[in-house]
Design a protein around this ligand. Sequence first.
Ligand SMILES: [Zn+2]
Length: 342
Amino acid sequence: MPLSHYAGEILRRASHFVPPQAVLGLARPAAVFFHGVETAIEDPVVQNNHHTKDRFRQIAETLKTHFDVLPLAALDDVLARPGKHPRALFLMADDGYGNMLATADLLEEMQLPWTLFVSTHHIDTGERNPLFLARLFFRYARAGRYGLPHIDGIVDLVAGERTVEAQRVLARLKTMDEAHARQTLSAMQTALAQMGLERLTDLFPSDSFLSWADVAALSRRGVEIGAHAHWHWPMNAHQSHEDLRRQAALPRERIMAVAGTCRTFAYPFGNRGGICKAAWQAVRDAGYTHAFTALSGTLDSGGNNFLLPRYGLAREVSDQAAIIALLRAANPRLRRIQHLLA
Ligand SMILES: [Zn+2]
């Protein structure tokens, strides 16, 4: 398991033994996020970004019961006076999948405000998330031995090896800059072309993106729209400063044209391995007021407004109240990372 998941995993395990009522008094203001919501998940490996609708409804009910789910407009007041808002919670969704339209209906019905962070290149083009395409390669490319650009050794897709090889190659891929990563991804897509890439992607409408008309409609319905970079790629120290600048600035222009404002940013793969000092500086310089990572912690932990914590709502847990109430346990690690990136 990557180091970045440890804090969340420890909290998840601890929460199995803790009834929410015992720890809700410890709650501090926090932000939580998810990606997509699907009626049914056919392939949990490929569709690993999506909750089932039933599970998601349970999660939303838990949040509504135990927390004050607030619109993002309240963020300044919560950060300034966290003691006044111990149960404040900001609900967020990343990427901008098409199933956000049905999710908006559900959250509207439950009167839960939320923020959607979109990766604007994918809204522009409909191009799938690069990690989705990579997962598709490891799942569906013909059994065989593949040489991929910028990947050491042969990628051995024989029975029993696919999961191990996927972990190895995806970890390497996420350290590449955009140009190199695109070459590796392109080789994966060439391999999938033999199987009919379009047919394969069509099997998973869950991972298709919203259109700009959809984003505009969500904005009109009161969903706050934030930026999640342009291309859905890590903004780590392996990226050039020019790429980081573009990844921060372009989505803000695009979103402001459609939604009127775009104040907040969320880093794709925003854990320790997916962010760097130059990234948050590029986000600050692009004119955003706040940016969210995927580091666990609470919003009252002080520190950098461009490295705010956010907890990813795990798919396999339906009652998340105890975990959210215990998020303060992750603050020392959060502060350490904020300090390292200062
Ligand atoms: Zn994302």
